[in-house]
Design a protein around this ligand. Structure first.
Ligand code: GLN
Length: 259
């Protein structure tokens, strides 16, 4: 009887050890990860994230991508609306798990948070009023009024323009409205967002892009520093690229031609 008990105890301990420390670290992590993926975004950044008029639903490339990632990770995606400059603090305080917000990967941000592998290559451009013939590129912005979204790389770029009067806004709707109202001379914003605004967002009536694309930037998903989810998000991104899902989402928002 004693022997049987001893053997049983040994068996139970062996099973516990295997379950506890061996057998596929990946599986173990997946079991520990939160079942809900709390996503933060700032939805005035079409076509990456936006809410159709009168709708609370989050639409756009990033939103489709993060939902596909959630599926891949077997997690329920819950998206919250917040200010762009509130995203990194929300990650650090643990209020959200990831930010999917067309966030450019920069060395400063990589110090503050984890950033996934790049999922989209973008860049900044200068947008001016259609009838503005004086400003042909960023070099003509010295001393001018520039509107930007607070906390963005566009805001950082504008801050470097000599003597510029930079106006920071919470949403890109306000950023563009300020240009429309001629409260500023120019906007600095991500190229695909400017292009989308000119093509479909009412921008073509009053605005145009001038000059070349400023420095290239890649978008990444951000997470709290050293989050166990970072590796999994990168793996999910890779899997979505391999299985064609990423391409489907890309084509839905940007068409096949641009690829
Ligand atoms: N890509 C820019 C940045 O990371 C702007 C992002 C945004 O406005 N959502 O700062």
């Amino acid at each position: 009887m004693k022997k049987v008990l001893f053997l049983l105890t040994a068996l139970v301990m062996a099973v516990m050890m295997v379950a506890g420390c061996g057998g596929g670290g990946g599986e173990k992590k997946a079991a520990e990860a939160p079942k809900v993926l709390r996503v933060g975004t700032e939805p005035t950044f079409a076509p990456f994230e936006f809410q159709k008029e009168g709708s609370k639903e989050f639409d756009g490339f990033d939103m489709d991508l993060i939902r596909a990632i959630g599926k891949q990770l077997n997690m329920k995606v819950e998206i919250q609306n917040m200010g762009f400059d509130a995203l990194i603090p929300a990650l650090n305080s643990g209020n959200i798990d990831v930010a999917a917000a067309g966030m450019s990967i920069t060395p400063d941000r990589q110090k503050a948070v984890d950033m996934s592998d790049p999922y989209y290559v973008a860049g900044l451009v200068v947008v001016v009023n259609k009838d503005n013939e004086a400003i042909k590129s960023i070099n003509d912005l010295n001393g001018k009024g520039i509107s930007v979204q607070i906390g963005t790389t566009g805001a950082e770029r504008a801050a470097k323009v000599p003597d510029a009067k930079v106006k920071n806004f919470n949403t890109n709707a306000e950023v563009f409205l300020e240009l429309k109202n001629k409260g500023v001379d120019a906007v600095i914003i991500d190229k695909p967002v400017a292009e989308y605004f000119l093509a479909t967002g009412g921008g073509k009536d009053f605005a145009k892009i001038v000059g070349d694309t400023l420095e290239a930037e890649s978008f990444g998903i951000s997470l709290k520093k050293n989050s166990p989810l970072t590796k999994e998000i990168n793996k999910a991104l890779l899997d979505l690229k391999k299985n064609g899902e990423y391409d489907k989402i890309y084509t839905k928002w940007f068409g096949a031609a641009k690829k």
